[in-house]
Every structure is written in C-alpha cells, then in structure tokens.
Design a protein around this ligand. Structure first.
Ligand code: NAP
Length: 260
C-alpha cells in the first residue's frame, strides 16, 4: 500500500540502530526526506549513508536529545535543510534496571529525563513547524511495559512509558483542531543481532527461554521492522482516523510474573 507519504519530512530521534533505524528505512522507502540523530556520530553516519542510498535527502545531526541545546539544533537543522517538518517520531529512549525499593531518586530523574522530558521538549519545538505547514503526525514509542505490569522491567521505566500513553491522548486533544495527530506505538520485547535482548539471550539462555515461553504465545520476540511498519502507517494519512491511541505491537504478549 502506498502510504501517501512522498515528500513529507520526518524527524526520527535515535535512528542509528534498532526500531528507529528500521522506521527510517520504511519512511525513506516511502519517499520521506529524513532528519535523524544519535549520540555516536560514526554509527549515525553509517545509517545516514544507507538511508541516502534509498534516494532521499538525510540530515544527520549528532545530538543527545536530553540536552536542550542539542534538541533545538536538531530541529533547526532539519527544518532549515529540508524546508519543513511533517512527522515526528519520538523513538530515542533508555532503560536502567533496579527494583522499586532499590531505585534511587537519580534513577527516576534519569529515566524521566531520558524517556519523557526530552519528548515533551521536542514536541514543543516541532509543533510550530507543523502548524506552519497545516498539520502533521507525531508517533511516540512507548512500551508494552507501560500499559500492563511486567515485573522484570524496572518500575521507573514502566512509569515513564505509561506517562507516554497519557501524554499522547492529552496532546492529541490539545492539537485536535490543528490537523496534528498524536499516537503511541508500544512494542513488546524486540530483538535483532547484537540488540539488548540478543545479549540477554546469549548471556542468560535459561532466563530467556523461560521468559519467551511464559510471555510470548507466538514463540518469538518481535522484529524491529514489524514495529517500524506500524509507526510509518500511523504517521501517514492512511491512519487519518486513528488519534490519541496506544497501539500495542507485541505478538499477543502475556503479563509476566517472572523476575529478571
Ligand atoms: N527493543 C525493545 O525490546 C523495546 C521494547 C519496548 C520499547 N522499546 C522502546 O523503543 C525505543 C527504541 O528502542 P531500541 O531497542 O530500538 O533502542 P536502541 O537499540 O538502544 O537504539 C536507540 C537509538 O536511539 C539512539 N539514542 C539513545 N539515546 C539517545 C539520546 N539520548 N539522544 C540521541 N539518540 C539517542 C541510539 O544511538 P546512540 O546510542 O548512538 O545515541 C540508537 O540509535 C525506545 O524508546 C525503547 O524504550 C524498545
């Protein structure tokens, strides 16, 4: 299906690997000029070259989205060099592990800075560009751990992703008359070579196999391209009647009581 995205400019945070890179690949294949970022400039340049080979202009900005100056520079360069911003995919995020009782104030601050405050900041920076071009679409990457309890996942991470789900519906209502849709995609555990889950699979095969058997009735974890395709659809005019929603992409994930 043609997603009708040709020439829509998309800004994707954290697109040098994983779900962000796969989302960038799908959007590039649909003809979207791209603004992308990551902290490691070598990995970012490799990703940017690969995406350019798909025939679209790519602005790659070495940036840490938790740094307000970097976030502003990312948005400024993308809009200046590509002329507009129609799509924002808030993909960059991170996880620290610790149980609720052992977690520190610093763990909570870091997690909310990494998964929430930078998302809010980017939305504030990008919405004026969407208003100028008459509308847009925002897709936030949440997590299945943000809408049902998974006891092996740190509470501060889950709480930050739960906040994404609230923020999405609230923001969609705030922007409903501006032709800007806002949705969340909540992936279940997603794996690719050398990803976090691949490293767990290799280091702790017994835990990995038991987790898989308990939580994923389809018998496997997700692939980043399976998440990316849903993100691209939600960002497109084909999803014009989906707004403010949280879309799980989790292979029928079951609630888990298995501690890590
Ligand atoms: N993988 C899963 O199983 C899973 C499940 C549920 C939800 N999610 C969510 O999906 C999103 C992507 O996850 P992923 O597993 O694909 O992540 P990943 O493999 O860790 O990749 C994250 C990407 O974002 C960049 N990045 C990370 N922090 C950044 C920062 N502060 N500023 C700029 N760029 C940053 C990374 O590059 P640099 O390191 O070079 O900055 C990389 O390109 C996250 O929001 C995550 O919480 C993932």
């Amino acid at each position: 299906m043609d997603l009708n995205l040709s020439d829509k400019v998309a800004l994707i945070t954290g697109a040098s690997r994983g779900i962000g890179l796969h989302t960038a690949r799908v959007l590039a294949s649909e003809g979207c000029p791209l603004g992308i970022c990551g902290r490691n400039s070598d990995a970012l340049e490799v990703a940017a070259d690969e995406l350019r080979d798909r025939g679209v202009p790519v602005v790659a900005v070495q940036a840490d989205v938790t740094d307000p100056a970097d976030a502003a520079r990312l948005v400024d360069r993308t809009s200046a060099e590509l002329g507009r911003i129609d799509i924002l995919v808030n993909n960059a995020g991170g996880v620290r592990t610790s149980s609720l009782l052992e977690s520190t104030d610093e763990d909570w601050r870091w997690t909310f800075e990494t998964n929430i405050f930078q998302v809010i900041r980017l939305i504030r920076l990008v919405v004026p560009h969407m208003r100028r071009s008459g509308g847009g679409a925002i897709v936030n990457i949440g997590s299945s751990a943000g809408w049902h309890p998974k006891v092996q996942v740190a509470t501060h991470y889950s709480a930050s992703k739960a906040t994404i789900v609230y923020l999405t519906e609230r923001l969609a209502l705030d922007l409903v008359h501006e032709n800007i849709r806002v949705n969340t995609v909540s992936p279940g555990s997603t794996i690719w070579p050398d990803s976090g889950w691949d490293r767990i699979r290799q280091a702790r095969p017994e835990f990995f196999d038991a987790y898989l058997a308990e939580v994923y009735p389809m018998g496997r974890l997700g692939k980043p391209e399976e998440v990316a395709q849903v993100v691209a659809f939600l960002a497109s005019p084909r999803a014009s009647w989906i707004n403010g929603r949280n879309i799980p992409v989790d292979g029928l994930e079951q609630t888990s009581l298995r501690r890590a």
